[in-house]
Design a protein around this ligand. Structure first.
Ligand code: GRF
Length: 204
């Protein structure tokens, strides 16, 4: 039975696109991107999902309480028998109740090597701190901000002439690879979560 994936976005959706394309090209076997849910009607990523023939829902946060908003998202996930929720630039913190319902079945991608630089503008934070290396992290979502167990990371150098834009672009390329690699592992079920550590089951 294939893994039914929902991708939640708020913006341009390049990670959503990368995941959808990886599934379509067979790089993530046994997976289907069932739905792309946006919490904003003006998320430019929606058009990219539509182009790919992916069902697209707009479930706006505006004029609803968080509980109402999440209830509607959960209804959409349940109706489509979603097994894996991928947050891809989704700019809302999920409530503990939502996280509990999909425990260890929600992933997020963050543009830094967590636990360094959680929260907004991670690339700007990395430049301001002066680190020579940064990267991206795919992690399970728990009740903390960017704090759940790490499933994958990729390393990116910070160059002397980097701006926030050039660094972000270099990290983004690695995000797309890291996210697809992480979803492959999830779909294969080839891992175990032991405390904070995500251990590869097939390692000797
Ligand atoms: C990415 O940098 C991701 O790491 C962060 O938000 C950005 C979303 O970009 N969480 P996109 O919408 O996937 O292009």
């Amino acid at each position: 039975m294939p893994c039914h994936i929902a991708i939640l976005i708020s913006g341009r959706g390049s990670n959503m696109t990368a995941l959808a394309d990886a599934v379509q090209q067979g790089a993530i076997p046994e997976a289907i991107v069932r739905v792309c849910i946006s919490d904003r009607a003006d998320a430019t990523g929606r058009a990219r999902a539509v182009e790919r023939g992916i069902e697209t829902l707009v479930i706006e946060r505006q004029r609803r309480t968080r509980a109402e908003h999440e209830a509607e998202i959960i209804r959409a996930l349940e109706e489509r028998a979603i097994n894996l929720v991928c947050l891809a630039g989704f700019m809302r913190l999920l409530s503990p109740a939502f996280v509990a319902l999909y425990r260890n079945r929600i992933l997020n991608i963050h543009p830094s090597l967590l636990p360094a630089f959680p929260g907004l503008h991670a690339q700007r934070q990395a430049l301001a701190y002066g680190v020579r290396w940064t990267g991206c992290t795919v992690h399970f979502v728990d009740d903390t901000l960017d704090g759940g167990p790490v499933i994958g990371q990729r390393l990116v150098p910070v160059l002397d002439d980097d701006t926030e834009e050039t660094l972000s672009a270099r990290i983004l390329t690695e995000e797309h690879r890291a996210y697809a690699d992480a979803v492959v592992r999830i779909v294969r079920g080839d891992y175990e979560i032991m405390g904070r550590r995500v251990i590869n089951k097939s390692s000797p």
